[in-house]
Design a protein. Structure first.
Length: 152
């Protein structure tokens, strides 16, 4: 454990003193979240939006939270954390669409689907043509799930 922490510290220090972003990403490639860092940089280089890094840091947090919760097998905790993951996923889809990301880039922001929001719904939201369409998909799902009728 101690050796692992020292190695991680060394990798982080190497990234912090890198001469540019590409060198920092290359040095982080060997750590557990190196792939996520590389995806964030790819999107950043395309869109020049620094907020992308914040979203990917949140993604890493929610991935770890999801793993920890699944390992605990506590149903109440799963339900509570699942709601948080659902909110993250929906917000990430909205952000991605707002930033002009393509569907594949938006998929890279998603943690995982949960039982409360099916994978096909996330797919429909990611392929929606606008932020409004994302909300329409969410509303249609909520209406179907509750059995309510849409009264416009």
């Amino acid at each position: 454990m101690q050796r692992s922490l020292i190695n991680q510290r060394d990798v982080i220090l190497k990234a912090l003193v890198a001469k540019d972003l590409e060198e920092a990403v290359a040095s982080l490639g060997g750590i557990e979240f190196g792939d996520e860092v590389a995806k964030a940089v790819t999107i950043y280089n395309d869109k020049k939006n620094i907020q992308v890094f914040d979203v990917f840091l949140d993604k890493i947090l929610y991935q770890q939270l999801g793993r920890a919760i699944r390992n605990s097998r506590d149903r109440d905790l799963m339900r509570l954390a699942g709601m948080d993951i659902d909110f993250y996923n929906i917000l990430s889809i909205i952000r991605g669409k707002f930033w002009g990301l393509d569907e594949e880039q938006i998929k890279n922001l998603i943690v995982t689907h949960t039982p409360s929001i099916p994978k096909d719904l996330l797919g429909k939201m990611m392929s929606a043509d606008s932020v409004k369409s994302i909300f329409d998909e969410a509303c249609n799902y909520a209406i179907q799930r509750t059995g309510a009728t849409n009264r416009k």
